[in-house]
Design a protein around this ligand. Structure first.
Ligand SMILES: [Zn+2]
Length: 82
């Protein structure tokens, strides 16, 4: 009976070690994924000078804007016709 208990505990220990190692690997992978920032160019709105990723900016005539309203203001489009 003592021998059975020994093997049972050994198996349990191996299983727990295996599970812990697997979980640690997963966490490392997630850390690498989250800590590695997506390399994206930051651009600045011509009107409010806020920095934003290029993919979210509006590019018109070589100028970046954070939103449509600022694009219109930057382009000199009249926004008075409300
Ligand atoms: Zn802006």
């Amino acid at each position: 009976m003592g021998k059975f208990l020994f093997w049972a505990l050994l198996g349990l220990g191996v299983y727990l070690l295996y599970r812990a190692a697997k979980r640690r690997n997963q966490r490392q992978a997630e850390d690498q994924r989250s800590s590695a920032p997506e390399v994206e160019d930051m651009v600045r709105c011509e009107v409010c000078h806020v920095n934003l990723p290029r993919s979210e900016a509006i590019l018109t005539h070589g100028h970046f804007y954070c939103c449509e309203a600022h694009r219109q203001r930057g382009e000199g489009v009249s926004g008075d016709d409300i």
